[in-house]
Design a binder for this molecule. Sequence first.
Ligand code: FAD
Length: 327
Amino acid sequence: MTDYATDSILVLVELMPSGALAGSAAGLLGAAAQVGTPVALVVTAAGAGKAAAEAAGALGAAHVVIAETADAGVLTMPVVDALAAAVAAVRPDAVLISNSIAGRDIAGVFAARTRSGLAIDAIGVSRDAEGIVAHHSVYGGAYNVDSAVTWGAPVITVRQGAIDARAEALTPAVETLAVTASGAPAATIVSFDEVVEASSRPELRGAAKVVSGGRGLGSEEKFALVGQLADALGAAVGASRAAVDAGYIPQSHQVGQTGVSVAPQLYIALGISGAIQHRAGMQTAKTIVAINKDADAPIFEIADFGVVGDVFTVVPQLIAALDAKKA
Ligand code: FAD
């Protein structure tokens, strides 16, 4: 049985269908390394954990716990069972999980089952004399609040893209964990249709750069300008709800309170006024650039760089300048 450090932080790393680590893993392990010794939990099919363990080590996991599951089509519960076994073995000071759709589900069920405190959508973690503290940006980014639990190890979901810190690569000690299935009722995937992603653009959630368009783009055809700037930058495409409601782009691209929360290095808002509900999903971006023809648009209150101008004049020049730099 492995001896785990007394300051261990258990990180649930998500795997892509290909078996590669999800993009959230680097930030989770980076955050864990800031406050303790990162221990990664990999839940995977039998025999498939070795490559994931190496990848987790490259991102800073000092230990990797592999839980093998035969229940690939069962949602949430096999991972919750594995988390319970891993927490019993590692006795971490905190459990970090991505604030993804699957991660939120797992975190909620695990916290309820183990009567642990749950802190969701953290944008950072720290340690004080009493344990691990989660930091959150709430009410549309208007307030920063801290949360901590009064007993046990907190279960913390971490906003994708919010953590810049990266841990040093390590060669991890690897242990395979025996997991007893709880038999708790679970949803099972009976069949699925694979969505073929035609776009080569990065996925919005977790993207390092996002270019978003709003109602100011004026039509679905003209919204193509947002994609052109995104492609020039290698960015994902986002949108305001007004742009979605007007049919310029599908809802999966909506950023904000009722859409996706993003925390990229660079967020460019084109023709977006900056309503509180939009800001709720992007205010923690590291650098915000706004282009809007109304100098009084609220988006300029939070922008690091602002251009007062017509997007159809400014953006083509910006794309030409970016292309000239690449040539
Ligand atoms: P507008 O507010 O109409 O702004 C368009 C901007 O484009 C203006 O500032 C204008 O000056 C500028 N503009 C126009 N033409 C040009 C041009 N040629 N060049 C440059 N600038 C130009 N909104 C979200 O985005 N995400 C959410 O998740 C969300 N959730 C909501 C939840 C609730 C419960 C509610 C009530 C609202 C929610 N909203 C959300 C809607 C939100 O309140 C705003 O209505 C919306 O964000 C406005 O979108 P917009 O900035 O694109 O449009």
